[in-house]
Write a protein that binds this ligand. Structure first.
Ligand SMILES: Cc1ncc(C[n+]2csc(CCOP(=O)(O)OP(=O)(O)O)c2C)c(N)n1
Length: 574
């Protein structure tokens, strides 16, 4: 059957099970938009900035486990996607970005709105394509989705010249892809799995570090089996949060720069570390030289490029986490580890890390905890980047995968609001809270309009400290309180929300917190709360940059009045 290029793209998207596209139109991609009404099963969500189309597709993909899709026109539309694509790349999120390009005769002529988007996105996509003719479209879309979701997932960009959308070609959707150079390894090497099992069975102080790979491969049950049978404590990376229930007795919280002190101590004292679907990011490991000095390290990851990249590994296992754990679990002997688990519990008591101190003022941690209480831990929390992101990770406890959705690798301020739109559209029955910083929110707050137009019932909590808080904290602790360019004003967020048609409240006092959250929950549509919190509250524990994972600054008993360069770092070795 003959179809136009635009029709082929839409039909191919339907064949891939796509239901939602986030995007903004423009000249080069108009012919594709013109065909959309012929495909009513494809819902198009008009965002207000293409970066947010990519973030919404990203949030949708993380929350649903499906591939997120975004559209943008050539030139500025395509370049606006770049941050969102890089964000998805660093967090291994499967998205397919379709961009319009200038028509073929204009390519290379610096035509109006021409940029080399395949060149620009080469290092931040898993793969990208410039499609030369309509007859190549179906195969290309098929490959793009296959590449995005298989192996280590990631973003794929398909750039399509305007005249290719108009050109006609025979439509044939391939059953399978033929990519000879691309064969993700799913099964771990049996000899390596045996070695790993021996190490685990002989270990005295083993620790599991679980990362986003566990979430991606859906290996929660296998992970839980391993932990329970071998009685191994589980710590997670930021993006691994929720892959192991945080209410479980073997859960020892998030590790790393703002992780639980006791999680870092567990790692430092481990004799065997089982790192599963994580990549030893520097925010997780802190100074590599001081990382787990006494441990044999087993590293299971689907991407061979991650093995040995950041830390030395004794037993590398390349494969899909779920498939490898299935095999590994067969070789694990049940054991009791009373001493090790007691020791960890003692450390947890000595360094509790999530106690919220008494304060007359409104503390951000208190706000997060109250959202946890009102939502009974059942919400999906989406964050921006900064202190509030860490408080959302520390003070809300997650028992299900994909319930904390946050920008880990790229650390993209502005991710929260658009990603929460994608999450809510992907999971309409979920209660979705966007816990955002006032700085992060101001980067993408125009997406309130998208929320209203598309009737997306996200609840928004702005942790309004009047600062770009995380760099301010660094300035306080590392730059003797020289607050250069970190003070931040903002609009009246209540009036702003109301101008968009969203009901909103400002909260300044502790007593107002619960009623406001309850009011937001009772509202059928979106709701915004501006929580005006203590401006100079810090995130603890904190491993200062350059320090080892156990060189932790814990919550000080009292804030020093004046900090000088020499006494800024009160680091204690734990
Ligand atoms: C796009 C982008 N620009 C700059 C930064 C550097 N940065 C990290 S956190 C932060 C401040 C975040 O402020 P806010 O959203 O208000 O959150 P808070 O730390 O106050 O909770 C900045 C500027 C970043 N991560 N992303």
């Amino acid at each position: 059957m003959k179809m136009t290029g635009g029709q082929i793209v839409c039909e191919s998207l339907l064949r891939e099970g796509v239901e939602v596209i986030f995007g903004i139109l423009g000249g080069a991609i108009l012919p594709l938009y013109d065909t959309l009404p012929q495909f009513p099963k494809l819902r198009h969500v008009l965002v207000r900035h293409e970066q947010c189309a990519a973030h919404a597709a990203d949030g949708y993909a993380r929350a649903t486990g499906r591939v997120g899709v975004c559209f943008a026109t050539s030139g500025p539309g395509a370049t606006n996607l770049v941050t969102g694509i890089a964000n998805a790349c660093l967090d291994s999120v499967p998205i397919v970005a379709i961009t319009g390009q200038v028509a073929r005769p204009f390519i290379g002529k610096d035509a109006f709105q021409e940029v080399d988007i395949t060149g620009i996105t080469l290092p931040i996509t898993k793969h990208n394509y410039l499609v030369p003719e309509a007859s190549a479209l179906a195969r290309t879309v098929k490959e793009a989705f296959y590449l995005a979701r298989t192996g280590r997932p990631g973003p794929v960009l398909v750039d399509i010249p305007r005249d290719v959308f108009i050109e006609e070609a025979e439509f044939h959707y391939p059953d399978k892809v033929d990519l000879p150079g691309y064969k993700p390894i799913l099964h771990g090497h049996p000899a390596q799995i045996k070695k790993a099992a021996k190490l685990i069975n002989e270990a005295h102080r083993p620790v599991i570090i679980a990362g986003r790979g566990v979430v991606i491969s859906g290996a929660y049950e296998k992970l839980r089996h391993l932990a329970e049978v071998a009685q191994i404590p589980v710590v997670t990376t930021l993006l691994g949060i929720g892959c192991f229930p945080e209410s479980h007795a073997l859960s020892f919280g998030m590790m790393g720069m703002h992780g639980m002190a006791y999680a870092n101590m567990a790692i430092n004292n481990a004799d065997v570390l089982i790192a599963i679907g994580m990549r030893f990011d520097d925010r997780a490991t802190a100074k590599v030289a001081g990382f787990a000095p006494n441990a044999h390290i087993i590293h299971i990851d689907i991407d061979p490029a991650e093995i040995g990249k950041n830390v030395r590994v004794d037993v590398p296992i390349v494969g899909d986490v779920k498939v490898v754990l299935e095999e590994l679990n067969k070789l694990i002997t049940p054991v009791e580890r009373i001493d090790w688990l007691h020791q960890l519990d003692d450390w947890r008591k000595e360094h509790p890390s999530t106690v919220i101190k008494d304060s007359d003022g409104l503390l951000p941690q208190f706000v997060v905890r109250k959202i946890y209480e009102v939502t009974k831990g059942e919400a999906t929390v989406v964050t921006g980047v900064g202190q509030h992101q860490m408080w959302a990770a520390q003070h809300y406890w997650y028992n299900r995968p994909n319930t904390l959705i946050s920008s880990g690798g790229l650390g993209t301020m502005g991710f929260g609001l658009p990603a929460s739109i994608g999450v809510k559209i992907g999971c309409p029955d979920a209660t979705v809270w966007c816990i955002d910083g006032d700085g992060s929110f101001q980067m993408t707050m125009h997406e309130l309009a998208t929320m209203v137009q598309e009737k997306v019932a996200v609840k928004i909590a702005i942790i309004d400290n009047g600062f770009l808080g995380m760099p301010r904290q660094w300035q306080e602790l590392l730059y003797a309180k020289r607050y250069v360019a970190s003070r931040l004003t903002g609009p009246d967020y209540v009036k702003l929300a109301e101008a968009y048609g969203i009901p909103a409240l400002k909260v300044k006092y502790k007593e107002e917190v619960m009623p406001a959250i309850e009011r937001a929950m009772a509202e059928p549509g979106p709701f915004l709360i501006d929580f005006v919190v203590e401006p100079e509250e810090n995130v603890y524990p904190m491993v200062p940059p350059g320090a080892a994972i156990t060189e932790v600054i814990e919550e000080p008993k009292a804030r020093p009045k004046v900090l000088s360069d020499s006494d800024t770092l009160k680091v204690s070795n734990i």
